[in-house]
Design a protein around this ligand. Structure first.
Ligand code: PLP
Length: 398
């Protein structure tokens, strides 16, 4: 059959996250959902806040014609105006509706941004460990992903970044709070990143765009998630409501171009065309209309914080090395077995479903997605302890 070879290859490789998710469904049928501890996918088990359901009801019962029609590709002007005002209030920057494009989730937004930016062969820097789909998104648009490892604490390694930037560098993707580590980049770290990018762009006489992938921005356990906007002018934010409103299946988000971006207006126009010709045409109409009605409502962070605390405490007590997450709902402990895939397979045999670090370009670790009921965490902790016990050498006798 004459199918696309790259796609056939990716079918073969598959996504370990999705595979594990499917394994979870299979095992739930086989053993009963109570017996399966599925930490594979960042798919929140909690329902969206009640404001979302009230807003949908309101949109659908209003006596308004044309709710379901095509619209400007960038999205409904009144919704973009609402979001621009929100961003202006948060950042102090003069966001206008023509800086915003409504997108089909953050994944859609990243593809739109990359389509708008990349020429074939241009490079996009990603910081490992990172969300696996970035590679595919970059390659979709002829770009080349360049991996720069983060430091041992998963913060940016600016010396490594400096070595990786070349005249072919068109963009960087950062993600804070981070999937899979939960790390939040500090203001100083972002300022230093911005400084380095300004210097490099000047050296190479090129435009480097900083793409900030922020679907976890409001899922944080610290007081502040510093923004890239203050750190670097040529920045673009991509975000969605998949996580903070628990709406991943609805595919709604937006892309915001910094008012300080050197090609602010042209980028908006090109990205609007990219959205159309990628076949999205525009983001889902009903969900756009819901957003201004929902205002600042968001999911309750209590169970996430509870899960994070219980897991960090429990895993450390069992002997795991864990970095305390400051945001998102992921934990990225060191695998007791240097072969992370072998460890994940062992855990799977215990009905404990994890994702190996190699799926995020950082072997030797594993990821736990803890957007689950706290009782699942309680049930899983003894399994984690049992697995670790197999790796602990017998203590010397006194
Ligand atoms: C870091 C990161 N970026 C983007 C996405 C995609 O989000 P969306 O569902 O809004 O497309 C995810 C989803 O898990 C993610 O973890």
């Amino acid at each position: 059959m004459g199918l696309n070879q790259k796609m056939l290859d990716s079918l073969q490789a598959g996504s370990s996250i999705r595979k594990m998710f499917e394994e979870g469904e299979k095992r739930s049928k086989l053993y009963g959902a109570e017996q399966v501890f599925d930490f594979s996918l960042g798919n929140p088990v909690f329902e969206p806040p009640k404001e979302v359901h009230q807003a949908i009801a309101q949109v659908l019962t209003e006596d308004k014609k044309g709710l379901h029609r095509y619209m400007p590709n960038a999205g409904l002007p009144e919704v973009r105006r609402f979001l621009a005002a929100q961003l202006k209030k948060e950042t102090g920057l003069d966001f206008r509706q023509t800086d915003l494009i409504m997108t089909v989730g953050a994944g859609g937004g990243l593809n739109v941004a990359l389509k708008a930016l990349l020429n074939p062969g241009e490079e996009v820097i990603v910081f490992s460990p990172y969300f696996v789909e970035y590679d595919a998104y970059i390659q979709n648009h002829g770009g080349i992903p360049i991996q720069v490892p983060t430091q041992i604490d998963f913060h940016l390694d600016l010396a490594a970044l400096e070595r990786a930037i070349s005249k072919k560098t068109k963009a960087l993707i950062i993600n804070s709070p981070n999937n899979p580590t939960g790390v939040v980049y500090s203001k100083e770290e972002l300022a230093a990143l911005g400084e380095l990018l300004r210097h490099k762009a000047q050296t190479f006489g090129s435009g480097i765009t900083l793409l900030s992938d922020e679907p976890y921005r409001r899922i944080a356990y610290v007081d502040e998630v510093p923004s890239i906007l203050a750190a670097y002018p040529n920045s673009v934010i991509v975000t969605s409501y998949s996580k903070d409103l628990a709406l991943p299946g609805e595919r709604i988000g937006y892309l915001a171009i910094s008012p300080q971006h050197a090609e602010r207006e042209l980028l908006f126009q090109v990205a609007s065309v990219a959205l159309r010709i990628l076949g999205f045409v525009n983001a889902p109409a009903i969900w756009q209309r819901v957003l201004p009605l929902v205002g600042n409502a968001m999911v309750d962070l209590t169970p996430y914080r509870q899960n994070r605390d219980a897991l960090v405490r429990g895993l450390r007590a069992a002997g795991y090395e864990v970095t305390q997450p400051e945001g998102a709902f992921y934990l990225f402990p060191k695998s007791p077995n240097p072969d992370d895939a072998a460890f994940v397979a062992e855990a799977q045999a215990e009905n404990l479903l994890l994702v190996p670090g190699r799926a995020f370009a950082r072997p030797g670790y594993f990821r736990i997605a803890y957007c689950v009921e706290p009782k699942k965490v309680q049930g899983a902790l003894p399994l984690f302890a049992r697995l670790m016990a197999r790796y602990q050498t017998a203590r010397p006798q006194p």
